[in-house]
Every structure is written in C-alpha cells, then in structure tokens.
Design a protein. Structure first.
Length: 229
C-alpha cells in the first residue's frame, strides 16, 4: 500500500493506493497555512478508517511542487521521515504533472496551472510526445496576463485558479480558453498516488537525501527562476 502526501498549495490532499484495490482512500481539504499541524493527524485518521496500519505501507509518494515554499517542505519532510524510519521507497512527483494527469486523452492542448499569489501562476503545457504524456516546456512562473499571451489556439486550462484569475483569462481570451468548473479542475491526491504507484511497480525510487522541492522563485527575494520538468 502506498501513501501519497500533497501540501503544495492551500489545497492539500492525502491518498492510499495499492495494485489490487486501486484507490483505497482519499481526502482533500483547504488549509489556512496549517499544513504542519494538520497533515500527520489526518494520515493517522485515514489509516484508521481504512483499517490499515503504518506497518502495511510499502511506499510513500510526495508532490514536489512548484507551490508554496512552506507547504512543500511540510509534505516532503513527512514523506522523508516515513520513508527513512520504515525503509520505504520514496517517490517524488511534480505537482503540475498531478494536475495534468487526467487530461491526456482529450483533444485540446492542455496547460496545467497552480496559483502562485499576487496574480501569478505556475504553469506548463502538456501533450503526448515520443516519451508519452508529459510537460512540453519548462515549468514557468508568470503573471496571468503573460500566460494569456502564450495562448494562441483553443486550449484547456486545468488546475486550481482563484476567481479573479479565471475571470482575467476569460476576458483576455474569450472562447479560446476552456476552463473546467473548480470542482472538476481540483487537484487530487489519488492522481499523485496512481502516478507514483506506476513508478513503484517499475522498481523506481528517489534518494531521500537528494530529493528536493521544485521552487520557481527564491522565497526571500522573489526573483524568477525556471526549472526544467
């Protein structure tokens, strides 16, 4: 059984997954920057509801960002702690990959987004390629206006966007942009768990000592920094 942790933004999530039953349990909630005190009690509660114990875990997955500087550290620290204490494989997955995951079969170009605050977004375009479904450009941190300028054809934008940013994109792009309702576009920990489970059964794992969050700006200076997917 795999445990997935995601505290990339204020929309946090947990999931339990295995190869026989698939998605066993999943929870998502809005955290008012209280990830540190909320995460582990919710893990304990999810295990209890599922009738499972920490001893039954076989792997731990964590969303790596981009996202909140503090939030990313919470899930990564918890995931590393569980992995090291119990000798479990650790699997990190970029958060934008989680956002884009369920849309690989639809015909429109896809851009996955996450809120970055102050009218900015983290985003990347996703499409099928020679190596399968994945990001086709570096993860970016830009204003919503800059994101709109990068769109020149009908495009499906997926992921969580505050109402003001949704409205700004609609005003700039009109029918060119397709936005899902917020509930359908919500990032789910079950997607993170399923991606990571595929890596786990393939024998993959990440090094807890070197696994790092994906930051696209320095938290103190706010200077822009682009990371490769």
């Amino acid at each position: 059984m795999l445990l997935a942790l995601d505290t990339s933004t204020r929309r946090a999530g947990l999931a339990l997954y295995d190869g026989e039953r698939g998605l066993i349990a999943e929870e998502g909630w809005y955290s008012a920057n209280r990830h540190t005190v909320e995460l582990l009690p919710r893990v304990d509660q999810m295990l209890a509801v599922a009738g499972a114990s920490p001893a039954e875990l076989r792997a731990v997955a964590v969303a790596l960002g981009p996202g909140s500087f503090t939030g990313l550290r919470v899930a990564l620290a918890a995931a590393k702690g569980l992995a090291l204490a119990r000798g479990l494989p650790l699997l990190g997955v970029p958060t934008l990959d989680v956002v884009a995951y369920p849309y690989s079969r639809q015909p429109l170009p896809v851009i996955a987004v996450l809120p970055a605050g102050r009218g900015r977004v983290y985003w990347a375009p996703y499409a099928e390629g020679p190596d399968g479904w994945g990001a086709r450009a570096a993860y970016a941190l830009t204003s919503v206006a800059q994101l709109a300028d990068a769109i020149s054809q009908p495009t499906l934008i997926v992921g969580e966007l505050p109402p003001a940013e949704r409205q700004a994109l609609l005003e700039r792009l009109g029918d060119t942009v397709h936005l899902l309702p917020p509930a359908l576009a919500a990032r789910r920990a079950g997607y993170l768990a399923e991606i990571a489970w595929g890596r786990y059964v393939a024998g993959e794992a990440d090094d807890p000592a070197s696994l790092r969050p994906i930051y696209l700006h320095e938290p103190a200076s706010g200077s822009s920094q682009i990371a490769e997917p």
